[in-house]
Design a protein around this ligand. Structure first.
Ligand SMILES: Cc1cc2nc3c(=O)[nH]c(=O)nc-3n(C[C@H](O)[C@H](O)[C@H](O)COP(=O)(O)O)c2cc1C
Length: 323
């Protein structure tokens, strides 16, 4: 079999992707123009930066530091607000023209109520999918825990977002929980159409030994890149063993082999963040070429055949399972 004979297409909730690579939220997706450029560079779909009801400034610099094994960031969810994001999504769609790929609108809020409001607003832009980033603190809760920390609260947010839009909803989970499969089951029971896993791990901290001060102004930040790849692979494996909705695997993928690994543990598509930051937008083209070459070598002619090969027989996330 030649790489050209491999069918790299996949689907999330009926939305067709020409290949399984997706721009992960927050890396470069701030303007419609940049999203369209990522599409031209070969991504199968793009995810916007997470947006909130009102614009947010974020943390002071430095906010992103590459420490070799990975990246630590404390961007602080800076974004132009949902109204501006609606315009950017419309722009992106227009600029993509013939190269139109699915657009996923990422939203977040600091209260369950606002999650619904921002989802309703962003629906006006008619994105193909909505991703609820629930890895942010709930300010209405006594200790400001992340919404994704407990199955109960994660399900409440999911229900609120689902009742505010007719667009399919992906819920993005944090790896920083004792049992991610339980959170996945709860959000699926609450109506999630798909799951993204994972957001950044940690928080972590780096110290500048000369000054004995934290490297990040915010002191702590989320970890991403190759350092978290095994963590992300384990999370997706656990989720695909627990639920049958489509899973988007994210965390540390930098080449075609990493994409194949994530799909083999049950992902239907793979979000790429830090690798874009490090290798530029051309990374999508490299990854899909490498993936097709690897699959051809293994004699696997479609993503559907690759998916879930590493899962136990009968796992809900394995194609053909009747779970
Ligand atoms: C600088 C930076 C900004 C990010 N901003 C967001 C964001 O706005 N919303 C979100 O859901 N995830 C955000 N993430 C998390 C990524 O989408 C992704 O889940 C994570 O980085 C793991 O993937 P990676 O190892 O490929 O980067 C951000 C990550 C980085 C490094």
């Amino acid at each position: 079999m030649s790489p050209e004979e491999v069918d790299l297409s996949t689907a999330i909730c009926g939305v067709h992707l020409r290949n399984p690579t997706m721009l992960a939220s927050g890396i470069v997706g701030l303007s419609g123009e940049v999203l369209a450029r990522v599409a031209r560079c070969g991504a199968g779909a793009v995810v916007t930066k997470s947006c909130s009801l009102k614009p947010r400034v974020g943390h002071p610099n430095p906010v992103v530091v590459d420490y070799g094994a990975g990246v630590i960031n404390a961007v602080g969810l800076s974004n132009p607000g949902v109204e501006a994001m609606v315009a950017e999504i419309r722009d992106a769609r227009e600029l993509m023209g013939e190269e139109r790929v699915p657009i996923v609108a990422s939203v977040f809020a600091h209260s369950i109520y606002d999650f619904g409001t921002v989802a309703r607003y962003i629906s006006e832009a008619e994105p193909d999918l909505i991703e609820a980033n629930i890895s942010c603190p709930n300010v209405e809760e006594e200790f400001g825990q992340l919404f994704s920390s407990t199955p109960y609260v994660a399900a409440q947010v999911t229900r609120r977002v689902k009742s505010s839009t007719n667009i399919p909803v992906i819920v993005k989970l944090s790896p920083n929980v004792p049992n991610i499969a339980e959170v996945a089951k709860a959000v699926v029971a609450a109506g999630a159409d798909a799951i993204s896993a994972v957001n950044t791990a940690g928080p972590g901290m780096l110290l500048d030994v000369e000054s004995a001060r934290p490297v990040l102004t915010n002191r702590v930040g989320g970890l991403s890149g190759p350092a978290i790849r095994p963590l992300a692979v384990r999370c997706v494996y656990d989720i695909a063993n627990a639920v049958s909705v489509p899973v988007i695997g994210i965390g540390g993928q930098s080449d075609g082999r990493d994409v194949a690994e994530m799909i083999s543990v049950g992902a239907v598509a793979v979000g790429v963040g830090t690798a874009v930051y490090r290798r530029g937008m051309e990374v999508f083209r490299h990854m899909t070429t490498e993936l097709a070459e690897l699959m051809a070598r293994l004699g696997i002619d479609s993503i559907e055949r690759l998916r879930g090969r590493g899962l136990p027989a009968g796992a809900p996330g394995r194609p053909g399972s009747d779970a």
